[in-house]
Design a protein around this ligand. Structure first.
Ligand code: AMP
Length: 193
């Protein structure tokens, strides 16, 4: 199965993607994790991306696409994948569709985790205290939410127009949200079958 996981920063995408990876045996591809690894390793990509990420802005489409393309060429992707953090704007959406067509791995479904902004702000504050991610600072979280509303929310609308979107309530215990996601995936499969 090939899944795109959508949702605002702090909506729980990363955590749920790890659970899905284990449950469904899929590759977990997080562009945020790939970028953070590049920053940590001090690669040319990481050096270009760091300031943009710390400011809560989006890294350029070209840089992220070439990084994603490289990741999608790895062997584990053949069994299906969960894409977490990509696409984040409509241009990335188009680039993804082209890329997946080219490697004959079209998407099955997009799952959007719905979480109100006030819950997001509170969650990111907790994560900031625990992990110290620069982009979890309260003022940066507000900027990331603004970028999300402006650029990423239209991506969910695009998948909805294609009939590929399921929306899941992302508020609640981790396991409860996970069950909701599995239920949504099952019923979408049933709808397709
Ligand atoms: P995330 O962990 O998905 O919240 O990503 C952390 C940061 O990495 C984002 O705030 C962006 O600066 C950058 N990033 C991750 N994915 C993308 C993407 N698809 N396009 C542009 N920037 C991205």
């Amino acid at each position: 199965m090939r899944i795109v996981l959508l949702g605002a920063p702090g909506s729980g995408k990363g955590t749920q993607a790890v659970k899905l990876k284990i449950e469904l045996g899929l590759a977990h591809i997080s562009t945020g994790d790939l970028l953070r690894a590049a920053v940590k390793a001090g690669t040319p990509l990481g050096l270009k991306a760091k300031a943009v990420m710390d400011a809560g802005q989006l890294v350029s489409n070209d840089l992220v696409l070439s990084m994603l393309e490289e990741r999608l060429m790895q062997r584990d992707v053949a069994n299906g994948f969960i894409l977490d953090g990509y696409p984040r704007n409509l241009a990335q959406c188009e680039a993804l569709e082209e890329l997946l067509d080219r490697i004959r791995q079209p998407l099955d479904i997009a799952v959007k985790l719905n979480v109100p902004n006030e819950v997001i702000v509170a969650r990111c504050e907790i994560r900031y205290k625990a992990e110290g991610r620069a982009d979890d600072k309260p003022q940066t979280v507000r900027e990331r939410l603004r970028v999300y509303t402006e650029q990423t929310a239209p991506v969910a609308d695009h998948f909805a127009e294609l009939g590929h979107l399921v929306v899941v309530d992302g508020v609640g215990e981790l396991d409860e949200v996970f069950k909701r996601i599995l239920g949504a995936l099952r019923s979408s499969r049933a709808a397709v079958a």
